[in-house]
Design a protein around this ligand. Structure first.
Ligand code: HEC
Length: 100
C-alpha cells in the first residue's frame, strides 16, 4: 500500500515538473519578489523567459541568482540568494526560462 502511494506520488511529480519547480521557488523564497505572470519587486518570470528566448543564458542567470545583481530590469537590485545550491539555481533558472 505504501509503495503504491509512493509510485503514484512519483508519477504525479513526473507529470507536473513545472509545479515541482514552482514549489522549489516558493520554498527558496523567490516568490516573495517574483511571480510567473506579473512584476512584483523583480521581473515576471515570463518576461525573463521572453527576454532571453533562444539565448544560452542559464549558467549566467544561475550565477546571478546566487550572487545577486542589478541593472537589467531597473534600479532595484536582486540580493544574493545563498539559500540555493548551484544545482538548485540551475534548476530554478531552467524552469524560469521554460515558461511561456
Ligand atoms: C528581494 C527580492 C528578490 C528575491 C528574494 C529574488 N529575486 Fe530575482 N530579482 C529581483 C530583482 C529586483 C531583479 C532584477 C535585477 C536586475 O534588474 O538586474 C531580479 C532578477 C531575477 C532574474 C533575471 C536576472 C537578469 O539578469 O535578467 C532571475 C532569473 C531571477 N531574479 C530569479 C530569482 C530566483 C530563482 C530567486 C530565488 C532563489 C530570486 N530571483 C529571488 C528580486 C528578487
Amino acid at each position: 500500500m505504501k509503495r503504491t502511494l509512493f509510485v503514484l506520488l512519483a508519477a504525479a511529480f513526473v507529470a507536473a515538473p513545472a509545479l515541482a519547480d514552482q514549489a522549489l521557488a516558493q520554498k527558496k523564497n523567490c516568490m516573495a519578489c517574483h511571480a510567473v505572470e506579473k512584476k512584483i519587486v523583480g521581473p515576471a518570470y515570463k518576461d525573463v523567459a521572453k527576454k532571453y528566448a533562444g539565448k544560452d543564458m542559464a549558467a549566467k542567470l544561475a550565477a546571478k541568482v546566487k550572487q545577486g545583481g542589478s541593472g537589467v530590469w531597473g534600479a532595484i537590485p536582486m540580493p544574493a540568494n545563498p539559500q540555493v545550491s548551484d544545482a538548485e539555481a540551475t534548476q530554478l533558472v531552467t524552469w524560469v526560462l521554460s515558461l511561456k
